[in-house]
Design a protein around this ligand. Sequence first.
Ligand code: N01
Length: 542
Amino acid sequence: TSIHQNSEKATDERSEFDAIVVGAGFSGLYMLYRLRELGLSIRVFDNADDVGGTWFWNRYPGARCDSESYNYCFSFSKELLQEWSWSERYATQPEILSYLKHVADRFDLRKDIQFNTRVTSAVFHEESGKWVVGTDRGDSMSAKFFINAVGCLSTANVPKFEGLESFAGNWYHTSKWPHEPVDFQGQKVGVIGTGASGLQCIPEIAKDAARLIVFQRTPHYASPAQNRPITPEEDRQIKANYDKLVEKMRNAHAGFPYETKAKHALGVTPEERNQIYEELWKIGGYHFLYSFSDLLYNKEANDTASEFIRSKIRQIVRDPEVAELLCPKEYPYGTKRPLLDWDYYETFNRENVSLVDIKKSPIVKITPEGIQTTQDLYELDSIVFATGFDAITGTLVRMDIRGRGGITLKQKWENGPSTYLGMTVHQFPNMFVITGPGSPSVLANLPITIEQGVDWITACIKFIYEHKIDRIEPTLEAENAWVEEVNKEANATLYSLASSWYSGTNIPGKPKVFMPYVGGLGKYRAICDNVAEAGYKGYDLV
Ligand code: N01
């Protein structure tokens, strides 16, 4: 019998498995699919009551993916690519969620997934060589392999403002949005945060609320999304060429099928440069980032793109003071996650919307009436926290994961995460992380980078069974060398000029370490493949 949506228990009653996977989003679903092909017994846990991961939780108004729909999907099944049609250039959250539900049904994945269950601990038992996994429902199950598919942005960051519990209205975090639509009509609403989530929900909330006050700490750069429906002809063309498109994405730097216009922004005349920027601005989406390949490496080159975006903001926003406040000046374009503009800048031309600079006048506390800054009290009916996540490591260190000698992952990563290839950790045998720190993860088109990670892990597990190996664990030397490589790549870029969740600076007390691997998905894939081909170089195989 297959398990249907909202069922709480997977069908298999056993407590011992070959592999336990945490998370049923893009990465957990595909991991399950691949491991089943090896004939293994698998249990997947997810805290939600259905599949979807990030697309299950982030239901705020306006939630969509910034990556184009026909790039942001699984590529492993040609049939799936042909049978699913995306309705718009950028898919909405409900459409991506129904896609992932379709994937779960089509490949009969639900029967191995236990929903409404949070994994709270995972302890490696040295004698048996098994991971013992505990959940908030009192389960205790063991497996040879423990695989984290928890996503990079799954632990919400609600800043600890004094007095939040005293607030008389309702408050929401974008990633924990209620399943029923929230009605802001007639309300005074405050939104804190202007990252990807803020930029998407602000224009939508502005249409409903009587008054919207946006609390901005740091302005972000955004280029137009230029969304539109996908025509039947376009759909046919994409599908006729999917093989080539997929091949291109898999080997591309960021997993997208785009090509940069030119190498050096300063190698063309200012007129030519402007023309390229204008052209890409019209095309929309991440194409703008693909103007010149040195934007993230050369500050002077970057200045030209940053200034171009500022000039556009000044053209769109009518009030010059508000426009200036919306212009990022303290960090280069692209060093915080580049964003798309879904009528965000235009929203500040509305009569009912205002912008508060909380860098100049920080929030002091939340009172029963609203938000108190050093300057004013803003009376509000609702507050929306678009304040992001304890990204990349947050969910992992909150689970009580204990490796050899009882060391916890939290202790191990006290001064910042260290991994070998972003997928494995010294002292944590037979544990894998998909989109872990030290992998391209959030800097690449996620479904495509997830497929690379899952395929590599699957091949590794197959190798382990074929060679009758009990344990695989990276050596400390290999791990240290990889950390050095990740740092070297990051240091060659301009990323250090911004504070961002990429390096943990959004979370007070979190070590400041640039977490993703910047070298690109194509290069990373080749490195990982070489390690495998060399018989898992850098690993102890026992
Ligand atoms: O979170 P963020 P997000 N006081 O961390 C501010 C993906 N995503 O949920 O910049 C006051 O980017 C913070 O200010 P500052 C995507 O990868 C994708 O928006 O730190 N303000 C910032 O403005 C994205 O990058 C999509 O100074 C505080 C905001 O809150 C990632 O998720 C859509 C504060 C947080 O921005 C995270 O995006 C949505 C405090 N104490 C998300 N703490 C799409 O594909 C934080 N802020 C479209």
